[in-house]
Ligand binder design. Structure first.
Ligand code: NAP
Ligand code: MG
Length: 406
């Protein structure tokens, strides 16, 4: 078979731990035999980020502005334990946070549905898509540990030197404490709202947006207003014509409603809410590895990744020489998403077709009862055999070959 050619490269960002172990296996077993893979490789391994003072992350984000399409592996966001484990110079920021801050945009996460794993929430008959705002808030914050008495204020100094001040808290010295300051931009919130309205129209699903405007009367209230204004101005009629609805909920109310709904909607979440809710959603469909994820930037950049992390516990087992059962479904969908988008942008129909078949081969492998341990627990009927991470890829490879030959 002649390999599929690519006109332009995609930005490839490698990562850490167990997902780093399977990354080259995905390429060797599922991509390179069929596609003349063109990528610009950036190594976001924690040690390389440390060695380059995190410049490699900035370089990868800059490359996204050139090539527009990228695929990212899961990366460690260092905490104190990781700083010790890898002997790091400092507690580097989350690479996802850094990249999202540069590219702006919205992360859309959608469960990858297979027939033999039913969601835990019985009434969810259709997928719930999460649209996660990917800019600002706690991911681009400033924090202070307070260990001495004093007063904390929020201060804004305008370009002319005028100050606006608000007291946050007084610390009387009887206890240490913590402080946090964060921000967002109306332009970013507007583009978040716009991409959610557009995505809902495209998928013909209702759109819900949630925040905590009753408590956060300026910050969250602003998000709510931006959504409401944009809806009234540009989307009300389009939504009515498409037979879909836009609704605003308080975040706690939204969660209660989500548990009782039938699915088939896009839930627009603020950055932190989207982070935690997408993991809740993914695991309710059987596994964190059964969720696709893409960052859609308002400037037309698309970065595909997996919603899960580096699967640390399996990595330690792997280091002991054990065969581990890592589920690479989300990582495969990250590659298929990026290759499909590359094909779409370059008018490369063969590449688009390949991407679709790669997804089909992955889903059909699981539906044939060949799956990894974490997913097998929730499958009906129970699979006869749990496959290792590598066996899973080999099985997908077989099916992919016959789909491409057909
Ligand atoms: P995680 O790597 O997503 O793993 C959480 C648990 O989910 C695992 O212990 C495993 O559960 C299960 N799991 C997730 N993905 C799986 C897969 N592909 N196959 C099989 N099981 C899977 O999250 P974490 O343990 O909280 O974080 C580990 C590291 O990842 C951290 O250093 C964190 O900073 C980083 N992280 C990176 C990203 C990213 O770059 N996108 C996102 C989140 C976290 P069991 O084995 O217990 O069943
Ligand atoms: Mg997360």
């Amino acid at each position: 078979m002649k390999k599929i050619q690519m006109q332009n490269p995609i930005v490839e960002m490698d990562g850490d731990e167990m997902t780093r172990v399977v990354w080259p296996m995905i390429k060797d077993i599922l991509l390179k035999p069929f596609v003349e893979l063109k990528t610009e490789y950036y190594d976001l391994h924690i040690k390389n980020r440390d060695d380059t003072d995190d410049k490699v992350t900035l370089a990868a984000a800059a490359a996204m502005k050139v090539h527009k399409v990228g695929v990212k592996n899961a990366t460690i966001t260092p905490n104190a334990a990781r700083v010790q484990e890898y002997d790091l110079k400092k507690m580097w920021k989350s690479p996802n946070g850094t990249i999202r801050a540069i590219l702006d945009g919205t992360v859309f996460r959608q469960p990858i549905i297979v027939k033999n794993v039913r969601p835990f929430v019985r009434n969810w008959q259709k997928p719930i898509i999460i649209g996660r705002h990917a800019y600002g808030d706690v991911y681009k914050n400033a924090e202070i540990f307070v260990d001495t008495p004093g007063k904390a204020e929020l201060v804004f100094t305008d370009d002319k030197g005028n100050e606006t001040r608000k007291e946050i808290a007084s610390f009387d010295g009887s206890s240490t404490g913590v402080l946090q300051g964060m921000h967002n931009l109306t332009a970013s919130i507007t583009s978040f709202a716009k991409s959610c309205f557009e995505y809902a129209l495209d998928q013909k699903v209702d759109l819900w947006f949630s925040s905590k405007d009753t408590i956060s009367k300026i910050y969250d209230h602003h998000f709510m207003d931006v959504f409401a204004d944009l809806y009234e101005k540009d989307y009300q009629q389009k939504f009515a014509a498409a037979g879909i609805e836009y609704r605003y909920f308080l975040i706690d109310g939204a969660i209660a409603k989500i548990m009782q709904c039938k699915g088939g909607l896009l839930w627009a979440c603020k950055n932190y809410d989207g982070d935690v809710m997408s993991d809740m959603l993914a695991s309710s469909y059987g596994s964190l590895a059964m969720m696709s994820s893409v960052l859609v930037s308002p400037y037309g950049y698309f970065l595909y990744d997996a919603a899960h992390g580096t699967v640390q516990d399996l990595y330690y087992q792997h280091l002991k020489g054990e065969e581990v059962s890592i589920n690479s479904t989300a990582l495969i969908f990250a590659w298929s998403g990026a290759l499909g988008k590359r094909g779409e942008m370059d008018g490369n129909k063969e590449l688009v077709r390949f991407a679709k078949k790669l997804e089909k081969a992955t889903v059909s492998t699981i539906e044939a009862g060949l799956m990894t341990g974490e997913l097998a627990m929730f499958a009906t009927p129970k699979p006869e055999k749990i496959v290792t991470g590598e066996e899973f890829l080999q099985e997908i490879g077989k099916r992919l070959k016959s789909l491409l030959d057909a």
